[in-house]
Design a protein around this ligand. Sequence first.
Ligand code: FES
Length: 116
Amino acid sequence: MPESITHDGRTLLVLCAVGDVDDDTPVQVNGPGIDYAVFSHEGSFYVTADLCTHGPGSLAEGYVEGCEVECPFHQGKFDFITGLPTSAPCDTPLRIWTPIVVDGQVCIDPDEKRGG
Ligand code: FES
């Protein structure tokens, strides 16, 4: 279970170390009540819900090309920066979070509401 830290008065969830995530190789993090997928692209990090909005696919296990991830289940695609679906059968946006890097760790505010 990821640990929580306090940073600038906010409670953040620590998802992984910066060095854990490579471009093309997202990381799955099992959080309380939800699983996350952490992506890296051109020096920035992005966090989405791991569960595809179309079905049971894990996006952290998907195929990454540029800023798109292809779900391994039915090959639908999402832009992991915006959370928007980019290829059928996916048509519902992913929930996304804003990564905050603290002391070499990729963190999020788990209560942040963005995307789907
Ligand atoms: S479960 Fe992801 S495309 Fe169907």
